[in-house]
Design a protein around this ligand. Structure first.
Ligand code: 3PG
Ligand code: MG
Length: 397
């Protein structure tokens, strides 16, 4: 990465503001943290700083409270989990700016960790408000951005604070940019991208950017239906993005022209209704009944995809293969996850729901890299510059 990192600055005794992405899923009933991957992912930076005697002040958002205080979205529950993971107390504040916060910071000792309250309780955060950014910046001496998952947002705590403080990358942000960047820059070949998820419209830019770089493009999930329709297959009640049919056809033509093998499902699991009781039926793509919709890829497709992936040196996966939240339609997604976990290849998992599946299946350690960014990793792989990364200081050459 061509940006300065936490290694490049003096931190001992300094008040170090660290933007983290602790936007973690919470249990609706208990309010407890369901998946702490994003908290764990920030530990290397936090430990590095405490180990060097910095006063660590963490900033994060949680959920989308839209500028109001929402009790269920307070960060205290995250502070408790972080404290357990770090093995040291982590105190929190009732707000993220103001005199009380300043007092608490003034009493911090070297190696202490403080988590400020949810940034998005202030509408100024998402608005990228300059005076709010300045109020945050006043709380620290230097700024470290380790919130890769939010680096695509031009919010006050992401792109605003760097206007007032020296700003560098944390270890997670660096690892994300390097891991995702490498698969675009110099992937070991053959290189395959496995894409799924509900909609093509979400994936067009990444498809376009990755097309010239991959050897294989394997398409499953809800978005496969629009590709199949563009190839004139009957897709029954499947969700079709009518305005994406031309795009789908164009992408397939581009693949042919650039020698990229684009594989679509050859069989699928279909169902009438999609409730928990729904029964799936395996059917070849030429025989999808008008009364049913695609809910997963079929076993022959799993075999076809596996056959290609087995010979690849680099695999990027984003998007489930079916409606994985419903167990009877999770098979295709799970089979792909298990296969990738077994392979020797470099396996990079885009964040969001794909990372959730891999984390739930406890396969994270078996992958080369699982991104903590959903939208951020998609934008990055679409070739866009993330504003949060752009705002950091360049490495001195
Ligand atoms: C995420 O989970 O996608 C990031 O934390 C950013 O959150 P947002 O999508 O609400 O901006
Ligand atoms: Mg998001």
């Amino acid at each position: 990465m061509d940006k300065m990192t936490v290694r490049d600055i003096e931190v001992t005794g300094k008040r170090v503001l660290v933007r983290v992405d602790f936007n973690v899923p919470l249990d609706e009933k208990t309010g407890e943290v369901i998946d702490d991957s994003r908290i764990r992912a920030a530990l290397p930076t936090i430990k590095y700083l405490t180990g060097r005697g910095a006063k660590v002040i963490l900033l994060s958002h949680l959920g989308r409270p839209k500028g109001r205080v929402v009790e269920e979205l307070r960060l205290a529950v995250v502070a408790r989990r972080l404290s357990r993971l770090l093995g040291q107390p982590v105190s929190c504040t009732a707000d993220c700016i103001g005199p009380d916060v300043e007092k608490k910071i003034a009493s911090l000792k070297k190696g202490d960790v403080l988590l400020l309250e949810n940034l998005r309780f202030h509408a100024e955060e998402e608005a990228g408000d300059a005076s709010f950014a300045q109020a945050l910046a006043r709380l620290g001496d230097v700024f470290v951005n380790d919130a890769f998952g939010a680096a695509h947002r031009a919010h006050a705590s992401i792109t605003g604070i760097p206007d007032y403080l020296p700003a560098v990358a944390g270890f997670l942000l660096e690892k994300e940019v390097d891991s995702l960047g490498n698969i675009l820059l110099s992937p070991a070949r053959p290189f395959a991208s496995l894409l799924g998820g509900a909609k093509i419209s979400d994936k067009v830019s990444i498809l376009e950017n990755i097309m010239g770089k991959v050897d294989f493009l394997l398409v499953g999930g809800g978005m496969a239906a629009t590709f199949l329709q563009a190839e004139s297959y009957e897709t029954g009640l499947s969700l079709i993005e009518e305005d994406m049919l031309d795009t789908a056809a164009r992408l397939m033509a581009e693949a042919r022209q650039s020698g990229v093998q684009l594989l679509l499902p050859v069989d699928v699991v279909v169902a009438g209704e999609l409730g928990d009781e729904a029964k799936g039926e395996i059917i070849s793509i030429g025989k999808i009944p008008a009364s049913k919709r695609i809910a997963d890829i079929g076993p022959q497709t799993v075999l076809n995809f596996s056959e290609k992936l087995r010979h690849c040196q680099t695999i990027f996966w984003n998007g489930p293969m079916g409606i994985y939240e419903i167990p009877q339609f999770a098979r295709g997604t799970q089979e792909m996850a298990r296969l990738l976990a077994r392979l020797e290849a470099t396996t990079v998992i885009g964040g969001g729901s794909t990372a959730d599946v891999v984390n739930e299946m406890r396969l994270t350690d078996k992958m080369t890299f699982v991104s903590t960014g959903g939208g951020a990793s998609l934008e990055f792989l679409s070739g866009k510059t993330l504003p949060g990364v752009a705002a950091l200081l360049d490495k001195k050459s």
